[in-house]
Design a protein around this ligand. Structure first.
Ligand code: MG
Length: 390
């Protein structure tokens, strides 16, 4: 890789953020950390700041920012607080690449801000494109920002599209591990506890993404995300369960060729590719041992047992803000499941109920969508409240 790339990491204390810093640590001549941003975890961000020496850190929660300020007193590292601090980390002139890895709807505004600032955006947050895909893609066209996916499936599609004629694409096949409950029956799913859902067989991720992956809503969000990143209609995106998680996704071309990207399940591979694109870094990870893997299985997803995936296809087809509604309702439902207030199978029920009776909002502007997000959260909480009473 030629030249040093300056990186700002939004969500540096989460799973993607830590892996990004691990890659940067192993390639000191290639990257510099310009800024780090997190929600409230001041202890982790301070220790990261001491190692990577960014110009500043930004912490959303004010009290956490003041704790960090005390600890970084006397250093050259600035500490910013609140949403303004996060947005400064998203748009600072000091960064060439912004890693957008804040989880959930909280990542929508920072992602938009990085795109509006014309950055190379290494995109891990799914919700920004799910909720505001059209607005963000149009803004990227206007500013010349490039969006390089970090999600393993989208990175795979991105890589298998490189150097190809886009008009020769017949469809994209996103693979899904199936999560911990693949093949289980409905009765089993009703009794799933948060502890069971948080135990993912293949990938180590944060709690929200892990639960989404158990319900397959994660794949649903990825379908919508793929439709925006690769400009594809719903009918050109297929999902296949692939329990070994070796094939990270595929592209089928009109001549019948299917190109796949394969690798071990280590998020550092797609993160590193987004950081170094179009070059590749030598990551010195364990090589993929296909003989040890032995076989690659593929299955059709069961939409009856995992209705969240069907809901996502429905939201994509309906458009007009419905994906934003689906996403916000899902965030509340997942929260309620994790706190023990909703059964596992209730997650899809809540999302469906809110999508059937969505709140009214302007889905053509970012502020309208953020308002829709808030209204949907209220509606989802009301649905869950009713659940407990009846
Ligand atoms: Mg993924």
């Amino acid at each position: 890789m030629s030249g040093i790339r300056r990186v700002s990491i939004l969500g540096s204390t989460g799973s993607i953020g830590r892996n990004t810093l691990d890659i940067i640590l192993r390639h000191p001549g290639s990257f510099e950390v310009a800024a780090l941003a997190s929600g409230s975890d001041w202890e982790t961000i301070v220790s990261q700041a001491k190692i990577f020496k960014p110009a500043f850190v930004a912490i959303h929660k004010e009290e956490s920012a003041s704790r960090a300020r005390d600890l970084l007193k006397g250093s050259d590292i600035g500490v910013l607080a609140g949403i303004d601090g996060i947005l400064e980390a998203a748009s600072t002139d000091r960064a060439d690449i912004v890693v957008s890895s804040i989880v959930g709807a909280a990542g929508i505004m920072p992602t938009y801000t990085a795109v509006a600032a014309g950055k190379i955006v290494a995109l891990a947050n799914k919700e920004a494109l799910v909720a505001a895909g059209r607005i963000i893609i149009e803004e990227a066209k206007r500013t010349g920002a490039s969006i390089i996916p970090v999600d393993s499936e989208h990175s795979a599609v991105f890589q298998t599209l490189m150097g190809q004629d886009r008009s020769a694409v017949r469809k994209v096949i996103l693979t899904a591990s199936g999560g911990p409950f693949f093949g289980k029956d409905k009765d089993f799913l009703t009794g799933v506890t948060p502890e069971m859902a948080l135990n993912h067989p293949r990938w180590k991720m944060g709690p929200k993404v892990t639960v989404d992956s158990a319900t397959m809503m994660n794949k649903g969000l990825e379908v919508i995300e793929a439709s925006w990143i690769f400009d594809l209609p719903a009918e050109e995106i297929e999902v296949l369960i692939h329990p070994q998680s070796i094939v990270h996704s595929m592209v089928e071309y009109v001549d019948g060729s299917v190109l796949a990207q394969m690798g071990i399940t280590d998020m550092r591979i797609p993160i590193a590719f987004a950081l170094s694109y179009p070059d590749r870094l030598d990551l010195t990870l364990d090589p993929l041992d296909l003989v040890a893997v032995g076989r690659l299985d593929f299955h059709k997803p069961d939409l009856e047992k995992f209705p969240c995936l069907a809901l996502a296809f429905d939201a994509l087809e309906r458009g007009n803000g419905i994906p934003a509604v689906m996403n916000a309702a899902n965030e509340i439902a997942v929260e309620s499941f994790l706190s023990g207030d909703l059964p596992f199978t209730g997650i899809a029920d809540v999302v469906r109920a809110v999508m059937d009776d969505p709140p009214d909002f302007d889905n053509q502007t970012l502020s309208g969508i953020l308002r829709g997000d808030q209204l949907t959260r209220k509606a989802a909480r009301a649905v869950i409240g009713l659940h407990g009473e009846t």
